[in-house]
Ligand binder design. Structure first.
Ligand SMILES: Cc1ncc(COP(=O)(O)O)c(C=O)c1O
Length: 424
């Protein structure tokens, strides 16, 4: 990255995708000045560096294949369910983890090969299972015995399945995004797993291919991934092991998650001693695939001083980024035309809750109404959970690359908000 900035300014600029540069004092990503992108597409807008996204996808696919040739990378599409990104991931040779019928339809609309899709969910409906069977989804991951009952009934032809194991692994992350602990709502307990295996052994259409495990999200050490492998390895030899996702992203300078390569080294290193040599390994990265390729642009609406704090209020907030209020996720921010530095402000949104705060304390350089502000590392789970709080319009998604900016999802309109009303 080329930054004409002081070292303290390099801090926040370094959280943007590798193509980011400060040129003539203006922050650019993918060769596009972010203030121009804001002017053209409005705010809030989710901006994605297409080259960074493709590079990360290839880094995962090539890195895993080098270490474990019988492998597949299955992007956890819940992290950023956008048709254009399903298409991009398919073009880069990835499959997708789809949790539910909506993600399945978007993956199909994005021309993904159904054989490369993995269906997840702890409460899949009959309609979702029927659709997945009909389109030929590659793997259905069975979460519980009730689901297995229904799948046994619905399957009319050969279908490969995995069993999701509750490994009893505590990952150090926010409790809402930990999934592998004993008593988790996800997966089969050891007793139910034994019964599922017995039943699948005798089923005419369903073929047990292997096991699935996922211990949580925003995990910043490799130990829980290795612990999950250690938990499932003694359960028997299978052709396929899907080790889920979970690797953390670097949201602020304080975060030091393992690199993709360190993560893959840890997984495949442990697998070499724990799994059958010929087994196929799947991984399902979501957050670490997409988070760092994006930023969200806002416009400053107001600046005010209260008794002890100064506030900058922007034209978005918890309607486009629930990560803060749900999980306490910490973000950084900068004005795009005065990068880094300045006095400390609380960065707040426009929604009717005091909890609608994007950052409790961030340095901003003389913010004023009309300034464009960027929050980096918003690629994962922000658009996913975007909502219409206070009638907010869900933001557009804009790809930037080589100086070109193009919308792949348009902004919602007020007409969209009214579109589902049933006339009296
Ligand atoms: C089954 C499964 N796989 C993969 C993921 C992706 O996790 P992450 O986005 O943390 O990589 C999730 C998300 O929680 C998940 O539930």
């Amino acid at each position: 990255m080329t930054c004409e900035t002081t070292s303290d300014r390099a801090g926040v600029a370094g959280l943007f995708p590798p193509s980011a540069a400060v040129v003539g004092g203006r922050l650019e990503v993918g060769g596009c000045a972010l203030s121009d992108v804001a002017e053209r597409f409005g705010t809030p807008t989710l901006v994605l560096d297409e080259a960074a996204l493709r590079a990360r996808a290839r880094r995962y696919v090539d890195g895993l294949a080098r270490r474990w040739p019988a492998s597949r990378v299955v992007w956890a599409s819940k992290s950023l369910p956008v048709t254009a990104i399903y298409r991009l991931m398919g073009e880069e040779g990835l499959g997708a983890d789809v949790a539910g019928g909506g993600e399945l339809e978007m993956a199909l609309a994005g021309a993904m090969d159904p054989a490369n899709l993995v269906l997840h969910g702890n409460a899949k409906t009959d309609a979702e299972l029927t659709r997945a069977l009909a389109v030929g989804v590659g793997l259905i991951v069975v979460d519980n015995l009730d689901e297995l009952d229904r799948l046994e009934r619905l399957a009319r032809g050969p279908q490969a399945v995995l069993l999701r194991v509750t490994p009893g692994v505590e990952a150090a992350t926010h409790e809402a995004i930990a999934t592998g602990h004993v008593d988790s709502k996800f997966g089969l307990s050891p007793r139910d797993l034994a019964e599922a295996r017995r039943r699948l052994a005798g089923h005419r259409h369903l073929r047990l291919e292997g096991l699935h495990v996922h211990v949580g999200s925003q995990i910043t050490s490799t130990a829980p991934f290795v612990a999950a492998l250690e938990a499932i390895a003694p359960l028997g030899d299978f052709p396929v092991y899907d080790l889920g996702g979970g690797l953390g992203a670097r949201y602020t300078d304080a975060d030091q998650p393992p690199s993709v390569e360190e993560y893959l080294d840890a997984l495949t290193g442990a697998a070499r001693t724990l799994l059958p040599a010929g087994a196929t390994m799947l991984i399902e990265p979501g957050r670490s695939m997409v988070a760092e390729a994006a930023c969200t642009l806002y416009r400053v609406v107001g600046v005010k001083r209260q008794a002890t704090r100064r506030f900058v209020a922007v034209d978005g907030g918890m309607a486009d980024n629930l990560e803060v209020s749900l999980y306490g996720q910490r973000f950084a921010a900068t004005l795009v035309d005065r990068v880094g530095g300045g006095d400390t402000y609380a960065l707040v949104g426009r929604h009717c809750e005091s909890g609608d705060q994007l950052i409790d304390a961030v340095a901003l350089d003389a913010p004023a109404p009309g300034d464009v502000l960027a929050v980096p590392v918003t690629g994962a789970y922000c658009l996913t959970m975007a909502n219409n709080y206070n009638g907010a319009l869900r933001p557009p998604v804009v790809f930037v690359r080589d100086g070109d900016a193009r919308a792949v999802v348009r902004r919602e309109t007020y007409a969209d908000l009214l579109a589902r009303d049933v006339p009296a």
